[in-house]
Design a binder for this molecule. Structure first.
Ligand code: DSN
Length: 393
């Protein structure tokens, strides 16, 4: 086997396919260069000195240059979100960021109130098969029958259960999240308020979604979704939590930071500060609305009846097809998306009754509303073909 042949094949797949996975994107050549650089050779456990956490520095010699890179990266991300929150740029991924965020303010067994997993939350928001569900006492708020976050349910549960932390954020939620309402409830019950903005972070950076900064105590994100950076995580927190968050990342849950990825995160932050990024994030939403509206016009059911962000969920229940069948068939037509549960899901998570569609990646490739409308019709054509085949079987 030749790994470079396989990489070339994957490059071809990425060039040829229509990529609609809502959590994916295409990074710039500069991000690729940074992530593939000599920085991968360097060990640098610890942090640059003079951080808000009062860290004592690195455990290895030869860190002068990587210190500059990490500090530059931190400064840029604070600029991107126009915040004076402390930032830790070392989490290797979103799951690690969430692990360290919980660890910084919670003890095992403490109660977390988060969104129900069937309604769009992430594994690290309390799945019983994930560390979150195993280490913490998880309680969940739900969505209304139409699929909107049920804020009254969240408030009632917060009052009844007195959680130590309330979490907002999701992997498959297509509407604006009312961070102010969450923050008010968290304040009322004396809970920490944490936001996992991984999916919408690029929209927040561009002012296309209300910001959680100033409201949440801790904010986690990945850098590779709508932020269009390398695969990785970030944790922001109020300055008074800086020491706790930093020690929960290192030495609490990670060893050496991935400096090559941190350099890629710095490049992504430089790009997110350009006016073109604002335009990009705006276009992601415009494209998403155009495609979603086209499905609605064609008679499809969309969870919540629309979208405010970069994704929407098609509810396939009335087509009789599962999300998995549609995902697999679309793969054969070079359209890539993923199956997804819908509210009041009747099928297993391995089958599902819906698919999730996102516009961040193809907007990067230059698609506009008319392109996404064309793809909506291609998907409809595939679904109708599957239904016909089933009738004739
Ligand atoms: N797995 C990601 C997604 O697809 O939403 C979340 O991390």
């Amino acid at each position: 086997m030749n790994v470079f042949d396989l990489i070339a094949k994957e490059q071809q797949r990425q060039n040829e396919n229509i990529e609609l996975i809502a959590s994916e994107n295409f990074v710039s050549e500069n991000v690729l260069k940074a992530v593939g650089s000599c920085l991968t050779n360097k060990y640098a456990e610890g942090y640059p000195v003079n951080r808000t956490s009062g860290s004592r520095g690195r455990y290895y010699g030869g860190c002068e240059i990587v210190n500059e890179i990490e500090e530059y990266c931190c400064d840029l991300w604070r600029k991107v979100f126009q915040t004076d929150y402390h930032v830790n740029v070392q989490p290797h991924c979103g799951s690690n960021a969430n692990f360290a965020a919980y660890m910084s303010v919670l003890k095992p067994g403490d109660t977390i109130l988060s969104m129900n997993l069937d309604n769009g939350a992430h594994l690290t928001h309390g799945s019983p098969v994930n560390f979150s569900g195993k280490l913490y006492h998880m309680e969940f708020y739900g969505v209304t029958p139409e699929g909107f976050i049920d804020y009254d349910d969240m408030e009632a549960k917060a009052e009844a259960l007195q959680p130590k932390l309330i979490l907002a954020g999701a992997s498959a939620y297509s509407r604006i999240i009312d961070f102010e309402r969450f923050a008010a409830v968290a304040k009322k019950v004396g809970a920490y308020f944490m936001v996992d903005m991984a999916h919408i972070a690029g929209l927040v950076a561009a002012g296309e979604h209300p910001t959680p900064f100033g409201l949440a105590d801790i904010i986690t994100t990945t850098t590779h979704k709508t932020l269009r950076g390398p695969r990785g995580g970030l944790i922001f927190c109020r300055p008074e939590l800086a020491r706790k968050v930093d020690s929960a990342v290192f030495p609490g849950s990670q060893g050496g930071p991935l400096l090559h990825v941190i350099a890629g995160k710095a490049i992504a932050a430089e790009e997110a500060l350009q006016p073109e990024f604002k335009e990009y994030a705006h276009n992601v939403r415009v494209n998403c609305r155009a495609m979603c509206d086209e499905f609605l016009k064609m008679g499809y059911d969309v969870v919540t009846g629309g979208t405010d962000n970069h994704l929407f969920l098609l509810d396939l229940t009335k087509t009789g097809l599962s999300g998995k069948e549609v995902q697999d068939e679309l793969d054969l037509h070079h359209i890539t998306l993923n199956k997804n549960c819908v509210p009041q899901e009747k099928r297993s998570p391995a089958q599902t009754s819906g698919v999730r569609i996102g516009t961040a990646a193809m907007t990067t490739k230059g698609y506009g509303p008319e392109d996404f409308i064309r793809v909506a019709h291609q998907i409809d054509c595939v679904i109708r073909g599957m239904q016909k085949a089933r009738e004739n079987a």
